[in-house]
Write a protein that binds this ligand. Sequence first.
Ligand SMILES: [Zn+2]
Length: 350
Amino acid sequence: MLNNYLAFNLTNIYAACLCRLSVKQIMETRKIEILVKLKRRSIFRKYFLITFVSFLILGCNKRNEAAKTTQLPIAPPVDRFKELKIIDVHNHDASDNKYLSSFSLWNKYSINKVVLFGDVSEPPAIITDEIAWQAYKAYPNKFYPFFSGFNLHDSTCLNSIKNQLEKGYFGLGEVVANSTNSPVVSKVAWKGFHAMDGYLPEIYKLIAKYKAPILLHIDPVDEYQIKLLDSALTVNPQTNIILGHANAYSDPKALENLLIKHKNFYYDFFAGFNAYNPERKYNLIDFVEIANKYPDQFLISSDSGYGITYEQAYSAIHQFLNLISSDEIVAKIASGNFERLMDARKNAIK
Ligand SMILES: [Zn+2]
């Protein structure tokens, strides 16, 4: 401080000599210059501080956005469900025999049984249908084998469906009634264009006799598709139709009219989508009301973690069920509703 003061005065005397001004005049001028400099510095500091703080806030927000989408932690299994027996009603693990490496994850998340199939509505599905059947033969208490290796535009599909049901498959799926947006499913060779397309009307009638449910893939679930699904359900009240991943890209109330009108309509809730998929518009909590309102028509699934990780899909099932306070409703959604469908199917086989 003292050094600064001495330097300040010596500089002023030197300046006075050069400009032939009085030391007093020079000191006054220098004081003004310094005050202006100090003022400028304080304005600069203020702006610097504001910019720095804004940067920090923006940075945090961006990090929070990222956390919301990709870095959500996998919640561990919920203790409340240790003894629960969950049925995953939509699983593609027959493809490449993936099911062989899934048992430890199923044990971790109390997944007692799995509806197993592989590829969908295209020729390679014939092979994965067989893999699902062999898995069932090896682990009859673990799997419900479904099949989808038939061309719904070809009349011979009716015969092959009959044969598969006589053999003992529990249901049909995942059958592509329509796909427009899915990058994978929209390209399959045997897809339909709506729920009443091709031989689907005859298929519904045939499978009602066997009490075999059909799991449909429909994307997008728009007004037109809902209208044709409504027709399929109305004309075939004895056929149980499950809409696969009905919640994905859907408003929680989009299918409420179908749930009210048709007791043969089942809602496959792919919990992982609304917990972890970055494209979700709604969160798990947004679907609790509709699940509580129609507890007899809700089913739950992993869709083998499509678009997310496999473990996220199971963690999300626990998270969703844990949002439902009634243990009775949890039991229905976790397994009771699907067991009821399978009991009917088993009685039809006898
Ligand atoms: Zn699927």
